[in-house]
Design a protein around this ligand. Structure first.
Ligand code: PRX
Length: 685
């Protein structure tokens, strides 16, 4: 399912005709579906588009506000203000509100650690009451270190409950968090800490991953040393003791989390936050330059993630629901659908620390059976890995607790969809294939269980308030089944409010493509949000996402800028120039192919030396960015195909990486045709 952009539009190569009608809620052990019929969906959707203020103002009443808003929406493209003038606190809505309403003893977070060979699984049940106390303690501890409203706290941890506590504690006192995925390297920490001007890091000694310890504290130490040299010192590093591994200690800077919590009072009032106050930064890849700090604010994000959680997963309190979103909290999926959208719905959010195949490939199914998981939300790359590991691991477990299955992160191929439906969903559970992005904050195009008939590979229809369309580059709507650019034509509550510290990049990246006539404020070329994805819409109005249109690749459901991997490669002594593109990959969906030009002094003399150098380049990228960015294929080449103006022609490299030896695309702008011929001749990897 790839998209190729040419002057004639975007070609779609998928033709899937199967349809699966919704099932009755009772068949899945649920009292009801929140939205009962397609008619109700269409009527509500229409209303949400025609009267967004009435719609969202009504929904927001389901949550707690210290002070009501003056206006639901003020839209001055590309700047939206939602619930302007209102005061609220997201930690209060996740935690305190549940305690105050008498549900303090309900389990908010159910957690399972990874280690288990030979032993019992390590399980923790964190009630809403306990969560309230712990977030209050950590909030007080942060305050005692001088953290205040508006500061940015960096969090770099494994999947432990303290990660959720850290984010909630920040929200409680109005500090923004910037969570860095625990699989990223020291360099990634340096870039993000510096960009966010953060001087407090919360981390752990280590994190368990497939039986080994990821040295989180050591990575933070290395990052802090670099930051010190760069004149951006980190004042405080708070360390959770999780794995018990030895760590270096800087007494003037480092503090054990356990000590801080033990000393801090367990009462801390929630800061009254403006609806438009910053809630968090989350760094994501762009097509050029450094990662961008996507900025989300409080009120709109809270309302939107609450409502999507409720309707997309059909959450109903007091029905024994346990939702498991398998993403790491370091990605937006974990922010929105492990913590912020789920807890205000007062169901249990399940968190797992480790790898899906530790100690064996049945771990996930074992977890679902033991914890009676009802909502299971994962990524296509994981589903493909499960398929490869074999049905026998699934078959020996009872998965009958499952009610709704979800998919996110990349287009799900119909084969994986069918396997998910048959093997995990017992041909009963609705599959919600949810399209969204770090920037959108919450799910945007998605089936609603019990309402939307699903088609394998389609994320189906827009959620309430989402005016999604397929446009050509002039902003005209494309006819059915014609590929184009996926755009959102109206603001929605959880949209990003900017890129931290880079206003121009915000405008250029998301708001500059369309020259829309009318309603065009002087400071913004277009009031339409451009997602950077290509898509088509079928005759039923269903969306089929075809992939990214820019130089960003989506590996195993995570966006990586080719530019970042290229910079890492070029930083290696042996490399003069590098171009990175996506290529088809059986498990990851998209793998990374790197075309590398070597310095004359580093030319390998034989195949063995060549392999060794490739391995060293892979290790180097892993060191610079993280294992996730390691190229799957490296090809040495004397030159890269370039345009006359010197731009690398990545689309040609994409075809070559896909094994296509007879590139038939337009090569008229290519400066030196012999470069292409050489690359085509030589298809070793
Ligand atoms: O290309 C789309 C793809 O993932 C991109 C967003 O990546 P990120 O910001 O890392 O967030 C991932 C989790 C929300 C999108 O631009 N994508 C995400 N979900 C889907 C998808 N592509 C197709 N179908 C999906 N369900």
């Amino acid at each position: 399912m790839t998209a190729t952009v040419s002057s004639t539009g975007i070609d779609s190569v998928l033709n899937e005709t199967r349809t699966f009608p919704p099932r009755r809620a009772a068949e899945l052990g649920m009292p009801r579906w929140h939205i009962a019929s397609p008619e109700e969906y269409h009527a509500l959707h229409r209303r949400s588009i025609e009267d967004p203020e009435g719609f969202w103002g009504g929904i927001a009443q389901e949550l707690h506000w210290f002070k009501p808003w003056k206006k639901v929406l003020a839209w001055n493209p590309p700047d939206a203000k939602w619930f302007d003038g209102a005061k609220t606190n997201l930690c209060y809505n996740c935690v305190d509100r549940q305690v105050i309403q008498g549900h303090g003893d309900d389990v908010a977070i159910l957690w399972e650690g990874e280690p288990m060979p030979g032993g019992e699984p390590e399980v923790r049940r964190l009630t809403y009451k306990y969560l309230q106390q712990q977030t209050a303690r950590l909030a007080n501890a942060l305050k005692s270190l001088g953290v205040k409203k508006g500061d940015v706290v960096t969090v770099y941890m494994g999947m432990v409950p303290e990660l959720a506590i850290a984010m909630l504690a920040c929200a409680r006192i109005g500090a923004a968090h910037s969570i860095i995925f625990g699989g990223f390297s020291a360099q990634a920490i340096v870039d993000r800490v510096q960009d966010a001007k953060s001087n407090v890091i919360i981390t752990a000694d280590g994190a368990w991953r497939r039986g080994s310890i990821v040295p989180l504290k050591a990575n933070v130490d290395a990052a802090c040393a670099d930051l010190q040299k760069a004149n951006a010192p980190v004042d405080h590093v708070i360390v959770l003791r999780r794995c018990g591994n030895e760590v270096a200690w800087h007494p003037e800077r480092d503090k054990w989390l356990g000590d801080l919590l033990a000393d801090a009072p367990d009462h801390c009032p929630c800061e009254h936050m403006d609806a438009e106050d910053m809630l968090f930064l989350l760094y994501t890849s762009g097509s050029t330059g450094k990662p961008k700090g996507v900025l989300h604010t409080t009120g709109g994000y809270m309302v939107y993630t609450y409502l999507t959680s409720k309707y997309v997963f059909n959450l109903i309190p007091d029905c024994g629901q346990v939702l498991w979103c398998t993403a790491d909290i370091g990605w937006v999926t974990g922010h929105s659908y492990i913590v912020y959208g789920i807890l205000p719905n007062r169901v249990t959010s399940f968190m797992y620390e480790g790898a899906p195949n530790q100690p064996d490939p049945a771990r996930f199914w074992d977890i679902i059976e033991r914890h009676k998981i009802t909502q299971f939300y994962t990524a296509p790359t994981a589903i493909r890995a499960f398929m490869k590991w074999g049905d026998q691991h699934v078959a020996k477990h009872d998965l009958s607790s499952l009610q709704v299955l979800g998919s996110v992160g990349e287009p799900i191929n119909p084969e994986a969809w069918m396997w998910y439906h048959r093997m995990i969903g017992r041909e009963k559970c609705p599959i919600v294939d949810t399209w969204w992005q770090t920037e959108t904050g919450g799910q945007m195009i998605t089936p609603l269980p019990g309402v939307t008939a699903t088609k394998p590979g389609s994320c189906t229809l827009p959620f309430f308030g989402v005016d999604a369309a397929i446009l050509d580059e002039q902003g005209n709507e494309q006819p059915h089944n014609t590929g184009g650019l996926l755009a959102i034509r109206k603001p929605w509550p959880s949209m990003l409010r900017g890129i931290y510290g880079d206003r121009q990049r915000y405008i250029d990246t998301y708001w500059s493509t369309f020259k829309v006539k009318g309603n065009k404020p002087a400071n913004c070329p277009s009031p339409y949000y451009l997602a950077g994805d290509s898509s088509r819409r079928d005759a039923d109005g269903y969306f089929w996402i075809m992939g990214r249109v820019d130089d960003v690749i989506n590996v195993a459901g995570h966006r990586l800028g080719t530019m970042e991997v290229e910079s890492a490669l070029v930083a290696h002594d042996a490399v003069v120039e590098a171009a990175v593109v996506g290529m088809p990959h059986e498990i990851k969906g998209t793998g990374i192919a790197a075309f590398v030009t070597l310095a004359p002094t580093h030319q390998p003399t034989d195949e063995k030396a060549s392999d060794k150098l490739k391995e060293s380049l892979r290790a180097h990228v892993s060191q610079e960015i993280g294992a996730i960015a390691k190229p799957d294929m490296i090809r040495f080449t004397d030159a890269l195909p370039k345009t006359r103006s010197g731009k690398i022609m990545r689309r040609l490299l994409r075809s070559i990486a896909a094994g296509d030896t007879s590139v038939t695309q337009d090569t008229t702008t290519l400066e030196d045709l012999s470069v292409l011929a050489k690359l085509q001749e030589n298809d070793e990897s």
